[in-house]
Structures are given as C-alpha cells and as structure tokens.
Write a protein that binds this ligand. Structure first.
Ligand SMILES: [Cu+2]
Length: 66
C-alpha cells in the first residue's frame, strides 16, 4: 500500500478531513490516516499521480512531505 507523509494534522478532525479528501480522488480507496505518525496509507485501484494527491491535500490546508 502506498504511504504518504502529511504535515499539519493536529486532531481527529484533521484526520477525518484528510481521509475524506483522499477518498474523493478517483482510484483511491481504503484510506487509513495515522495521526501519531503523520501518515496516510491507501489502496490504488489504478495509478494516481502523487501531484494529484499533493494538490488535493494542499487545497484543504495540509502538506504532503517527501
Ligand atoms: Cu484538527
């Protein structure tokens, strides 16, 4: 499962927002967000560009770090 690092999450509301936003991206499912690790993992039903994910996360106020 792909894993990404996300900066800026501070509580369960952030976790829910990030999870919800990632699920809106075509091809992404089974999103798990770990607040302690600042990580999100997901299943890709088809290839999703990392830039698409970065942009979506930036839109809602968080940052995907490399
Ligand atoms: Cu929060």
């Amino acid at each position: 499962m792909p894993t990404i690092q996300i900066k800026g999450m501070s509580c369960e509301h952030c976790v829910a927002s990030v999870r919800k936003r990632l699920l809106l991206i075509d091809g992404i499912s089974d999103v798990q967000v770990d607040l302690q690790k600042n990580e999100a993992t997901y299943t890709e039903a088809k290839p999703v560009q990392l830039d698409t994910i970065k942009e979506a996360i930036r839109e809602i106020g968080y940052e995907v770090t490399d």
